[in-house]
Design a protein around this ligand. Structure first.
Ligand code: MG
Length: 203
């Protein structure tokens, strides 16, 4: 399986990173070695001093598809969860300044904890889900998928023009504003509509 991540999918987050608001979805991949199964700890890597959380709606693809039309995209998933797109911001900034790919800042081991998946039918719409992250029981990030620049269905259609989607692939759909650092000892908990689906301790 592969993990496809959308960048800059919320205007407020693009602004907080001084990034341009994209006119087409921007995506990158994380290897499957990024996955941290539910409620397992994240071990702070020694190569970064600035690991940031990014709380994102995660969509699980349920069948093979290529060149998926947007109007059929909703038939390619029926489960979603919340995930953390951990980012070594110091490394990413350094790569960006040099004009280099920033894969290492996003694709290192354990950089993608993912929570329990729930059926999409418990939500009115995947485009109307609240996202929330707490650290040590304090809310540090909250947003709503209503504010996505590109909808889940647009993303699936766009990505599948270039890359065949397969059953079990995960799509991280971008983070709202409010990203920030974690430190050893922090206890993260992530929610969709106030339903706790992921816990992750930083060790
Ligand atoms: Mg992200």
């Amino acid at each position: 399986m592969k993990i496809i991540c959308i960048g800059r999918n919320y205007i407020d987050h693009a602004k907080e990173l001084n990034s341009a608001v994209p006119t087409e979805p921007v995506f990158f991949l994380k290897p499957d070695t990024c996955l941290v199964s539910r409620n397992q700890p994240f071990f702070y890597p020694e190569f970064s001093k600035e690991i940031h959380y990014e709380t994102e709606l995660v969509v699980r693809i349920n069948k093979v598809g290529k060149h998926i039309q947007e109007k059929f995209a909703h038939t390619y998933y029926d489960e979603v969860s919340v995930g953390i797109d951990f980012t070594a911001r110091d490394i990413q900034r350094n790569c960006q300044q040099k004009g280099l790919p920033w894969e290492i800042s996003k694709g290192f081991d354990n950089a993608a904890p993912v929570g329990k998946f729930v059926n999409t039918n418990i939500f009115k719409s995947v485009q109307d889900i609240d996202l929330k992250l707490t650290i040590n029981d304090q809310i540090v990030q909250s947003g709503t998928t209503r504010d996505m620049i590109f909808s889940v269905d647009t993303i699936i259609s766009y990505v599948s023009k270039f890359i065949t989607l397969k059953m079990g692939d995960l799509i991280f759909t971008g983070t709202p504003a409010g990203v920030g650092p974690v430190k050893i000892g922090d206890k993260l908990e992530a929610f969709l509509n106030d339903q706790s689906l992921l816990k992750c301790d930083i060790k």
